[in-house]
Design a protein around this ligand. Sequence first.
Ligand SMILES: NC(=O)c1ccc[n+]([C@@H]2O[C@H](COP(=O)([O-])OP(=O)(O)OC[C@H]3O[C@@H](n4cnc5c(N)ncnc54)[C@H](O)[C@@H]3O)[C@@H](O)[C@H]2O)c1
Length: 404
Amino acid sequence: MADQRVVGVGLISVGWMGKVHSRAYANLPVFYPELGIRPRLVMAADTAPERAQYAVDVLGFERGTTDYHDVLADPEIEVVSICAPNFLHAQIARDVAEAGKAFWLEKPAGRSADETQTIADAAEKAGVVSAVGFNYRNTPAIEYARQLVAEGKLGRITNVRGAFFADYSADPRGALSWRFRRELAGSGVLGDLMGHLIDLTHYVVGPISEVTAATSTVYTERPEMPMGSGTHFAVVENGEMKPVENEDYASMLVRYPSNDGASPAIGTLEASRVANGPRAEYGLEVYGTQGSLRWDFERMNELQLALNSAPHVGYTTIMAGPDFGDFSVFQPGAGTPMGYDDLKTIEAKKFLLAYLGQDSQHADIKDGLAANRVVSAAEASAESGRWERVEPVEGTSAQQAVGS
Ligand SMILES: NC(=O)c1ccc[n+]([C@@H]2O[C@H](COP(=O)([O-])OP(=O)(O)OC[C@H]3O[C@@H](n4cnc5c(N)ncnc54)[C@H](O)[C@@H]3O)[C@@H](O)[C@H]2O)c1
């Protein structure tokens, strides 16, 4: 057994993501014992006292509090998970950085690119490690897809198609949680689901340079649900109707510039939180001159692959297995599936390795900023009706596949 490095962990907000982060820390030494990293769950904060108490009683934290400033002040806490609603991300992340602690921030980093820039600046000034919760890039099938693209197995990438379609608010009685209010969430499905898709294409294909977008709000009113109760999947009967302030659906046409003068690859990316049919159908398709691949989160352990080296076959379905990413850490053989929590365990590993000074290719605040800049440009385009340029972010983990 390797020497054990105990890392004191603080958690801010104990909603869905707060629970998932807590389980990821707890799972880390079980799945990666050879790393010798032992997270110690020191303190969890939530303004809902019963959630702070749940963190102690069920999730295994030593202490609970209703004031996140207690987490900042605790010298035993080295790293902090920030799982609060979006409107609190920038303030809390800046506070955590100023307290000299590393942070793992849920997506979207800030409500806008400008807000995320303030987080990136604070992290840089304080010299602390950051991570952003773009979990889908940790999927072993996606890691394998990224490798195929990087090795040129698909040839030059010509176009990308992605659709992140969920039904969590397809019911018009679906709760008006903080996600539907501009002040609390920022954008709607653009920040919530499109941000994930943008990051996934950045990771597998390369950075987006231009965008044009259209958005719509399908249900303009919903029954209100108080903060700190239920989940965003909740349906509220006979609740007071309040206005929805951001978009339910977004569609974007984007360009991935080439690094060698070839034409940019074109992407068509869509996201919806009101789709009837798909439950969490998060699909990515990448087309190249030598082959194509496609993946969908609802079948996240599968990758469909078509290569010109095996012509007239079309797509072949490959099951993720021990050769794909971190698969073998979780299951010994192909066909036995991994799940969503496992992606967060991988994310916790990458974050803590980065915190301990190792390069883990994790998504950090720069990747969060890159996604935010595309979302902000898409919002501007939906308003102006024009193509909008996306200012590049240096030093992200995006890969450049177009023209390679
Ligand atoms: N990576 C992913 O796949 C994924 C999935 C879901 C949510 N998210 C992101 O995670 C974040 C949280 O989402 P969620 O679904 O867990 O939300 P949630 O509504 O389930 O939980 C939010 C929690 O924050 C608490 N809170 C509110 N104000 C607070 C304050 N001042 N201090 C401390 N706690 C406070 C609430 O009481 C609640 O318990 C969001 O930014 C969301 O976009 C990411």
